[in-house]
Ligand binder design. Structure first.
Ligand SMILES: Cc1ncc(C[n+]2csc(CCOP(=O)(O)OP(=O)(O)O)c2C)c(N)n1
Length: 383
């Protein structure tokens, strides 16, 4: 059976890797699901923290490996240079390199294609891995990484996994553990309802309510689903830059009188939660965050996020100083909240079922999306 995933895991095992962490890319989703069966594995909220966690593990003598998408390297460079490299700690970085092979997401091209130049400019050694035939070189390099305390990035082409017969091990479906909440959340008295609807069903319920508002929509499937349901020129569809939905919406809301709604996701909010503090401080009254919390990185294959086990996003928002909040799993409550006049900033935490609909790419180009949103912002009623 052709299983490059199993072959790579065998290489890592032989090299003594004993600590792994990851932030998902759709192209390596099967490999990521297999990792916890062979190694200690920690799911991350942001690639940068993974560099710190691996540095800590290396201080304890572990042999860490981190698995990320090429875009994630953009979140890691400072820590890679001023921590891992500076202290001469070992780290093997496995990068799912996008933008180089049968890429269907245009926003993956800038980081994916420039990655070798970025690594070269940063002085981070790397090898490109085109197929499982190249795994022998990985083993050789890994010996050097752990013997000489080096950082090395392995740029994994999506071509490696083509034709693989590997299957992800069966795992428990994502079930929101309502009983297991951190004490701070329990004390706050915020109750978590059980999820009833998927992101698509929630978007379908609110699409008509978004008319005449500026809508910033989270990257990946959420934007495709919103486009398929109801396109309007005032929709800013994010095509990349995970974690930036709420910051973009905050920037718009501070510079226009018009109403702004951001449709964000739990994975993306957890990547950049500090933005909720900035939002509370800046306090734009025309901003509503609709945080569709499906406890998963939906767009990359529904890998669980920490909102299904220990994080309550509404409590996070409140802790940062956003006081106008609501938690609901009901389409009706959400629609009526959106109907109310904004006394914002508001944070609506929508508890959702994990899952995606199959949607084509958005046919509007990125510069056209920008132009349409800019024209709407400048239009009647702007400041
Ligand atoms: C820096 C970075 N890391 C990883 C990715 C891959 N990625 C794209 S969408 C996504 C999941 C987003 O999850 P969430 O915000 O919860 O939205 P959902 O798809 O679940 O609605 C990930 C991990 C990326 N685009 N950028």
């Amino acid at each position: 059976m052709f299983s490059p995933e199993e072959e790579l895991i065998a290489v890592l095992t032989r090299s003594g890797v004993d600590f792994t962490c990851s932030l998902p890319c759709e192209k390596i989703k099967v490999l990521l699901e297999m990792l916890p069966d062979s190694f200690f594995h920690l799911p991350l909220t942001r690639e940068e923290e993974g560099v710190g966690i691996c540095a800590g593990a290396a201080l304890s003598g572990r042999r860490p490996a981190i698995f990320v998408q090429s875009s994630g390297i953009g979140n890691m460079i400072n820590a890679l240079l001023s921590l891992t490299g500076f202290y001469e700690l070992p780290l093997a970085i496995f990068v799912s390199q996008r933008g180089i092979y049968k890429e269907r997401i245009e926003a993956q091209l800038p980081m994916g294609q420039r990655l070798p130049g970025i690594l070269r400019g940063s002085g981070i050694p790397f090898s490109t891995v085109q197929s499982s035939d190249d795994f022998k070189t990985i083993e050789k390099k890994l010996r050097e990484v752990f013997k000489n305390n080096r950082t090395h990035a392995f740029l994994l082409s999506p071509a490696i996994w083509e034709g693989s017969a590997a299957k992800a091990p069966k795992r428990e479906a994502i079930v929101r553990k309502t009983g297991r909440r951190p004490s701070a959340v329990v004390e706050s008295g915020l109750k978590t309802p059980l999820p009833k609807y998927t992101r698509f069903e929630i978007l379908k319920a609110i699409a008509a309510r978004l008319g005449s508002k500026i809508v910033v929509c989270n990257l990946g499937v959420p934007s495709k689903e919103l486009y398929a349901l109801k396109h309007q020129p005032s929709n800013f569809y994010m095509l990349g830059s995970m974690g930036m939905a709420t910051p973009i919406a905050l920037g718009i809301s501070l510079t226009t009188d018009k109403e702004v709604v951001v449709i964000d996701g739990d994975g993306s909010l957890l990547m950049n939660p500090g933005t909720l503090a900035t939002l509370a401080y800046a306090a734009p009254s025309n901003l509503t965050v609709v945080a569709i919390d499906n406890s998963s990185y939906g767009s990359t294959g529904n890998q669980p996020t920490l909102t299904g086990s220990c994080v309550d996003l509404e409590a996070v928002a409140r802790g940062f100083g956003v006081h106008n909040t609501l938690k609901t799993a009901s389409k009706k409550d959400l629609v009526s909240a959106l109907r109310e006049k904004t006394d914002g900033p508001r944070f609506i935490h929508v508890i959702a079922v994990s899952g995606n609909t199959d949607q084509p790419n958005i046919p509007v180009g990125h510069l056209e999306i920008k132009k349409q949103v800019q024209a709407f912002i400048k239009g009647p009623g702007s400041i």
